[in-house]
Design a protein around this ligand. Structure first.
Ligand SMILES: CC(C)(COP(=O)(O)OP(=O)(O)OC[C@H]1O[C@@H](n2cnc3c(N)ncnc32)[C@H](O)[C@@H]1OP(=O)(O)O)[C@@H](O)C(=O)NCCC(=O)NCCSC(=O)C[C@H](O)C(=O)O
Ligand SMILES: [Mg+2]
Length: 280
C-alpha cells in the first residue's frame, strides 16, 4: 500500500450542484466539501442534503473526501457533525480549532471518522503540538485568511511563524499538513510562487478554491523528473558504496549518507503513489 499524495485539495461549496458534479472529473488528490464559509447562511441546512446526495451518488473515485462542517459553537455545527457521521466520506474537517477540547467535542459526536483541524486562530497555533498529537487528528489545514484577520497582518511573511509552528507540530506527530488558499484565483504566477514556497517549507500540498489552480499545485508538490533521477542515482551509488564497505557515497560532488537515502526512497515512493493515483 503506497502513501497517498495530498498535492491539491480543492474546496467545493457543499451547496453548489454544478461544482459538486464538476469535481468528479477533476484531477485533485483531496476534495474539501464545504459546509462552512463557502455556503451562505440561508443555504446551510439544505447544503447538508445536497452534499449527502452527491456523496451517495459517489463518482469521486480515489480522491480523499473530507467534509468541512461549521464550528460547534454555531447554530449549524452539531447537526452538521451528525449529518457527516452518516455521509459516505473519508474524514471530517473542524474549523477554527483552538485546543484539544474542541477536538474532543467533535470526537464525541463523530466516533468513527478521522478528524482534520483547520489551523486558523492564534490560540490554535499556540496549541498546535497538542492538537496534532490528539489521537483522532489525521491532518492540519491552514486557514490563512482567518489567521490574517485575527492577527491583523497584511502579508504572508507575517504568517510565517504560524505556518512553521504547524509544520513542526504536524511532522512531529506524523500527520498531514496542507497550506492555505491563494485567493487571487486568476493569478497563476502568484499561485505558482506560493506553491513553491509551501513545498519548500515542508507542506504536503495546497488548498485551492478554483479548478484552474489544480494543475499548478499538482506540479508544485510532485517530485520533479530531476529529483526522481537524482534519488535513483543516490540509491544506486549508496548501495554500491555499502557493498564496498563504505558508509558514504558521493553523487554530483555531494555526500550521500543513510539519511539522504531515506529522503530518496520517500521521493520515489511519492512519485509511484502519484503515478498509481493518476492511473486509477
Ligand atoms: C471563486 C469562485 C466563486 C469563482 O466562481 P465562478 O466565477 O463561478 O468561476 P468560474 O466561472 O471560473 O468557474 C468555472 C467552472 O468551474 C466550476 N467551479 C468553480 N469553482 C469550483 C470549485 N471550487 N469546485 C468545483 N468546481 C468549481 C464552475 O462551476 C464552472 O463550471 P462550468 O459550469 O462547468 O463551467 C468559485 O470558484 C468558488 O466558489 N470557489 C470556492 C470558494 C470556497 O470554497 N471558499 C471557501 C474555502 S476558502 C476558506 O474558507 C479558507 C480558510 O477557511 C481560511 O480561513 O483561509
Ligand atoms: Mg477559515
Amino acid at each position: 500500500m503506497l502513501a497517498r499524495p495530498y498535492r491539491s485539495a480543492l474546496y467545493i461549496p457543499g451547496s453548489k450542484d454544478r461544482a459538486l458534479e464538476k469535481a468528479r472529473g477533476l484531477p485533485v488528490d483531496v476534495i474539501l466539501f464545504d459546509l462552512e464559509d463557502a455556503v451562505a447562511p440561508d443555504a446551510k441546512v439544505s447544503a447538508r442534503d445536497t452534499l449527502t446526495a452527491a456523496l451517495a451518488d459517489d463518482g469521486y473515485g480515489v480522491r480523499l473526501r473530507i467534509v468541512r462542517i461549521n464550528g460547534l459553537d454555531t447554530e449549524w455545527g452539531a447537526a452538521d457533525a451528525a449529518a457527516v457521521a452518516a455521509m459516505d466520506c473519508d474524514a471530517i474537517l473542524l474549523p477554527k480549532v483552538n485546543s484539544t477540547k474542541d477536538v474532543d467535542a467533535l470526537a464525541a459526536l463523530v466516533p468513527e471518522l478521522p478528524i482534520w483541524a483547520m489551523m486558523e486562530t492564534p490560540q490554535g497555533i499556540l496549541n498546535a503540538a497538542e492538537i496534532a498529537n490528539h489521537p483522532r487528528i489525521a491532518g492540519f489545514v491552514l486557514g490563512t485568511n482567518d489567521l490574517a484577520k485575527d492577527l491583523n497582518s497584511r502579508s504572508r511573511a507575517a504568517l510565517m511563524t504560524s505556518l512553521q509552528l504547524c509544520i513542526l507540530a504536524a511532522k512531529a506527530a506524523g500527520i498531514v499538513a496542507l497550506d492555505g488558499v491563494y485567493n487571487a484565483f486568476k493569478d497563476d504566477d502568484g499561485l505558482r510562487a506560493e506553491c513553491a514556497e509551501g513545498r519548500d517549507l515542508g507542506f504536503d500540498g495546497k488548498t485551492l478554491i478554483h479548478p484552474a489552480q489544480v494543475a499548478i499545485a499538482n506540479a508544485a508538490f510532485a517530485p520533479t523528473e530531476e529529483e526522481i533521477a537524482l534519488a535513483q542515482r543516490q540509491i544506486e551509488a549508496f548501495e554500491a558504496a555499502e557493498a564496498a564497505g563504505q558508509g558514504v557515497a558521493v553523487v554530483d560532488g555531494r555526500i550521500v549518507e543513510n539519511l539522504h537515502i531515506v529522503t530518496a526512497r520517500a521521493t520515489l515512493a511519492k512519485a509511484e503513489a502519484i503515478s498509481e493515483l493518476e492511473s486509477a
